[in-house]
Design a protein around this ligand. Structure first.
Ligand SMILES: O=C[C@H](O)COP(=O)(O)O
Length: 241
């Protein structure tokens, strides 16, 4: 069985001191799972240096859909690779919602990451209105369509995973039920391939991680708030044995 993947997403939180504190507490621990921490851009270099001798990988939370050039304020996939990032979260619902990131932009970002050889964690998720209106599956299928198109053009399913994050479960303390998670992960695997890696995100905590990670269709978790606490994040990583 493949190793589970635990990704911490710090979002726009933290400081140089907080990064040191959390990474100091994590860096010498060994986990059966593959573990990564996605810190804000300004702290990427610090995290890469800190985790040089650790198995924990450093990731970014976004990347430009463009290659190097005159795109003020953007950060290219090549730059992230250059400084030692291993993976990048793209298409997070907060980016789709607050920064109008479209499915097409997410697909372009994925293509950039694949070009330079960085692993991508592509987020998809439905709103509460879509879930309550019986449209959750259709919403996810439409977000998967550009990924399927990229795969049809040769994108390797080994180089990226999907994180299923129901928007109503993010930061709310109300994780999706095990049935809801299992059924959506199975749907995603039906579309992208049975062995395709699918993570779950949305109010994952030390207390529910084990039950979620035990589901056969769950290949890992994407953890927001709880990844800011070294002890709780380490407990979640251990639950992914
Ligand atoms: O990227 C992480 C997700 O948005 C989940 O965040 P959360 O664990 O704080 O609910």
């Amino acid at each position: 069985m493949a190793r589970k993947h635990v990704v911490g997403n710090w979002k726009m939180n933290g400081s140089a001191a907080a990064i040191d504190e959390v990474l100091d507490a994590l860096q010498n621990q060994s986990f059966d799972a593959s573990v990564s921490v996605c810190v804000p851009y300004p702290y990427l270099g610090q995290a890469v240096a800190k985790l040089k001798k650790s198995a924990i990988r450093v990731g970014a939370q976004n990347v430009s859909e463009y290659g190097d050039g005159a795109y003020t304020g953007e950060v290219s996939a090549r730059m992230l690779k250059d400084i030692g990032c291993a993976e990048v979260i793209i298409g997070h619902s907060e980016r789709r919602r607050y920064f109008a990131e479209s499915d097409a932009a997410v697909a372009a970002k994925l293509a950039r990451l694949l070009e330079v050889g960085l692993f991508a964690v592509v987020c998809v998720g439905e709103t509460l209105a879509e879930r309550d209106g019986g449209r959750a599956e259709a919403a996810i299928e439409s977000q998967l369509a550009p990924l399927r198109a990229l795969m049809a053009r040769g994108a390797s399913p080994e180089r990226f995973c999907v994180a299923y994050e129901p928007i109503w479960a993010i930061g709310t303390g109300r994780a999706a039920s095990l049935d809801q998670i299992a059924s959506m992960h199975e749907l995603i695997k039906r579309h992208l391939g049975a062995s395709f890696s699918v993570l779950y995100g949305g109010s994952v905590k030390a207390g529910n991680a084990s039950a979620i990670l035990t589901l056969p269709a769950v290949d890992g978790v994407l953890v927001g708030g709880a990844s800011l606490d070294a002890q709780e994040f380490a407990d979640i990583c251990r639950a992914a044995a």
